[in-house]
Design a protein around this ligand. Structure first.
Ligand code: ZN
Length: 134
């Protein structure tokens, strides 16, 4: 692995590539959420569930709340990161670490396009999160 890969601003093409990747991953996640909801709520809800594309839709769909929460549970953090990443893309600030302000390495973003922190800051946050929980 090339550890010297520089931190630099992303090109327009790179951002486009990462955006496509992110949107595809987000669609996969929502598909999983819809599948979980359908299996828990029954086929009579299928039509309503198929319209769900984001969290606001869930509120509109007026589904049983505990089942919705359960379906989202393990995916909520990633979906929130994705929403933040897309928001940053629209503002032209995507790729910049929200912790230290330096550029996140392209390879890291390719592996996880929803990343909004560089690896250093992410690890630091995890350590602090654990410490705070203790
Ligand atoms: Zn950072």
């Amino acid at each position: 692995m090339d550890m010297t890969e520089e931190r630099r601003q992303l090109t327009v093409e790179e951002i486009h590539e990462l955006r496509e990747k992110l949107l595809k991953r987000r669609e996969e996640l929502w598909e999983e959420v819809r599948e979980t909801l359908t299996s828990r709520l029954g086929p009579e809800y299928r039509d309503v569930i198929q319209t769900v594309r984001e969290e606001e839709d869930l509120a509109q769909a007026d589904l049983q709340e505990d089942i919705v929460i359960e379906a989202l549970k393990s995916r909520k953090a990633e979906l929130e990161d994705m929403a933040k990443a897309l928001w940053l893309m629209d503002r032209g600030e995507y790729g910049k670490c929200q912790g230290c302000g330096r550029w996140i390495r392209f390879k890291r973003l390719q592996a996880r396009p929803s990343a909004i922190y560089c690896l250093n800051c992410e690890e630091k946050r995890e350590r602090e999160g654990r410490a705070a929980a203790e």
